[in-house]
Design a binder for this molecule. Structure first.
Ligand SMILES: [Zn+2]
Length: 132
């Protein structure tokens, strides 16, 4: 059974930790075990790096139909953010009206609730992004 990508990525969303290839220097977020460019050459050479989470919006979309755990937040904005370090990540934009979001807008990270599992009562936290 496949674990949904979103939940697999939770530890990196929590810490803003990615990896850097010790062979070519390319950085990844979420972290990768092997560099897709270097393959075997990167094996055992991937280092953890912590990103600032500050950057700008590359593109975004407004979500009107959310998965169950996110229903109360509709409509919300999901954006691809390019961090200062040159790495791109997907995240929710908060503290910003849907009509005010724009490409190139500067954002900074904010630690917030990401979702909850109603049955178990578990609440997940992680980084979202707000206008800088
Ligand atoms: Zn590499």
């Amino acid at each position: 059974m496949a674990i949904p990508r979103f939940w697999r990525e939770i530890p990196s969303r929590y810490n803003l930790i990615g990896t850097e290839c010790g062979n070519c220097g390319k950085r990844y977020f979420p972290p990768r075990i092997i560099c897709p460019q270097c393959h075997r050459k990167s094996f055992g050479k991937m280092k953890n790096v912590r990103f600032t989470g500050s950057g700008e919006i590359v593109t975004y979309s407004v979500i009107h139909n959310a998965p169950k755990a996110f229903e109360m937040q509709v409509p919300y904005i999901i954006a691809i953010i390019e961090f200062e370090e040159g790495v791109r990540a997907t995240g929710q934009i908060i503290d910003c009206e849907v009509e005010d979001v724009k490409i190139g807008m500067k954002v900074s990270p904010a630690f917030r609730k990401i979702g909850e599992d109603g049955k178990s009562g578990v609440i997940y936290y992680g980084y979202k992004f707000k206008p800088a």
